[in-house]
Design a protein. Structure first.
Length: 505
């Protein structure tokens, strides 16, 4: 009636939708969280579980599955054994009754003395004798017509009570030229055989599963205990305690290898930190020298301006600023080389680079510079970087040479040096000076940053102590080597570069 009145009033009869109250909104929000976050929650929870617990859980599940399989297998074996035993017993009882039937003896009394259910069927299919519980019951089971003399089967219902299953053994007998059938039955063996057997098997399987799970936990926890010690030791380390090392377990396994790798990494990190501190200290000292010189000159000029010669002051300050700029430029080059940025490789003629250097040195060098250049010695590399390398080597040689610097460029065939580093031969540059030379035990020291060997090679000679370090880094970036080698007199620096740049560009 109310709806009809609305229609009569020209208003659509639309039932109002219920507005969700606070409880409905809360429940909807909770359901939304549960439905959208269940998978994430499971994965996050799994990843938050420790490795020991994860492996223990996996071992426990596997142990339960194997224990279940063990229970099923053992119970099946027990069931098969008990069924075979019962079948043999029923066959023996049937054989005893067959003797009575075949002799024509009265078998009614024999049937009554049997503890099992029995039916004796004549050739017409009529039950002529049976135990009391099968009186007026049909035949237990049809006998197969494939020529067998005996068969057995589990029969449920039929001649037996509804839901009752029995193991039936039927055998054929001959009496008076007619075929008789003797049926003997007994309740079928349940899958669990007897309750105490099932309880025993299940208990043993449960104990085995628990033992395997506990053993897995102990083994995993014991195996990962060194990892916890390594973690604790690493947590206690800082940049000031890099001399500490993590404990190495005695076992020769992956954790042993991990601990040794961590210790080797810590040793390299300690050496790098020590080198960095040493480099920072040396760089600060090198930068402080020209800055202090500039400060001293300016302070003297301010203290006695009437006695200051501005051109002389400017020349001194400019000299210090130039040295300061050279040091800063070298530091920037080292930082750029250590950043491992790709090298712009291009075919470069090493002999042409040396020839270009010769043209410039002929106008600036106070020493005699000799050149022996084999034409067409090509390498792959950054032309600007290789020019800087060459300039550093020549600067170093001129700085310490007495009168003469000799440069030689030649190409060596494949096989003279490492074929993996130099697969297409070696482009070799030798820079020789007739200065004081470098002792054998100091040959690697000259390639360290800000290295000073003796009074003959100090900063007053004009170097920054970074030239050879930069040269070696440029050589390494191009897949080459730079070493100090034997010379008759003075120093002999030998650069070897491959025909192709091995660094990816």
């Amino acid at each position: 009636m109310r709806r009809d009145r609305r229609r009569a009033a020209g208003v659509d009869a639309v039932l109002p939708l219920p507005v969700p109250g606070p409880s409905l909104r809360v429940n909807t929000r909770l359901r939304s969280r549960c439905s959208t976050g269940r998978g994430d929650w499971d994965m996050n929870t799994w990843h938050r579980i420790s490795i020991t617990k994860r492996i223990t859980l996996f071992a426990g599940v596997l142990a339960v599955l194997l224990s279940t399989l063990l229970v099923v297998t053992v119970m099946a074996a027990f069931h098969r054994y008990a069924t075979d035993t019962l079948k043999n017993e029923l066959s023996a009882t049937g054989g005893h009754l067959i003797m009575h039937v075949e002799r024509g003896e009265a078998f009614t009394s024999a049937v009554s003395q049997v503890d099992h259910k029995v039916q004796i069927v004549d050739s017409g299919g009529v039950v002529v004798a049976s135990t009391p519980q099968l009186t007026a019951r049909p035949v237990m089971a049809p006998f197969p017509t494939d020529g067998r003399k005996m068969f057995s089967s589990v029969v449920c219902g039929g001649a037996f009570k509804p839901g009752e299953c029995n193991l039936v053994v039927a055998q054929e007998a001959q009496q008076g030229g007619r075929d008789w059938l003797v049926y003997v039955a007994s309740p079928a063996i349940p899958m669990y055989v007897v309750p105490w057997v099932a309880a025993t098997v299940v208990s043993v399987a449960a104990v085995l599963a628990a033992a395997v799970t506990f053993l897995a936990y102990r083994v995993v926890a014991s195996s990962l205990r060194p990892v916890s010690r390594i973690q604790s030791e690493l947590d206690r380390m800082s940049d000031l305690t890099l001399d500490r090392r993590v404990p190495v377990p005695h076992s020769r396994d992956e954790i042993h290898d991990l601990a040794e790798t961590v210790n080797r990494t810590l040793a390299r990190l300690q050496a790098a930190m020590a080198q960095q501190r040493h480099f920072t200290c040396d760089a600060s000292h090198e930068l402080r020298t020209p800055i202090a010189a500039i400060q001293a000159e300016v302070e003297d000029a301010l203290y006695a301006p009437e006695e200051t010669d501005v051109p002389t002051l400017g020349a001194k300050v400019l000299r210090s600023l130039r040295r300061l700029r050279v040091i800063v430029d070298d530091l920037l080059i080292i930082a750029r080389l250590e950043s491992e940025r790709p090298v712009a490789c291009e075919p470069t003629d090493l002999s042409e680079l040396v020839a270009a250097e010769r043209e410039w040195r002929n106008h600036t060098s106070a020493k005699t510079v000799e050149y022996r250049l084999e034409p067409g010695v090509m390498v792959m590399g950054d032309r600007a970087a290789l020019s800087r390398l060459l300039a550093n080597l020549v600067d170093n040689a001129e700085r310490y040479a007495a009168t003469t610097v000799a440069l030689q460029v030649r190409r060596l065939p494949v096989g003279r040096h490492d074929p993996h580093r130099f697969p297409q031969g070696v482009a070799m540059l030798e820079v020789i000076d007739d200065g004081p030379g470098i002792a054998v035990d100091k040959r690697e020291l000259v390639f360290q940053r800000f290295a000073r060997l003796d009074t003959a090679r100090d900063r007053n000679a004009g170097g920054t102590g970074l030239g050879l370090a930069i040269a070696r880094q440029i050589a390494a970036v191009h897949g080459g080597t730079l070493h100090v080698e034997d010379a008759g007199k003075g120093a002999r620096l030998v650069l070897r570069l491959p025909a192709l740049c091995t660094r990816e560009s």
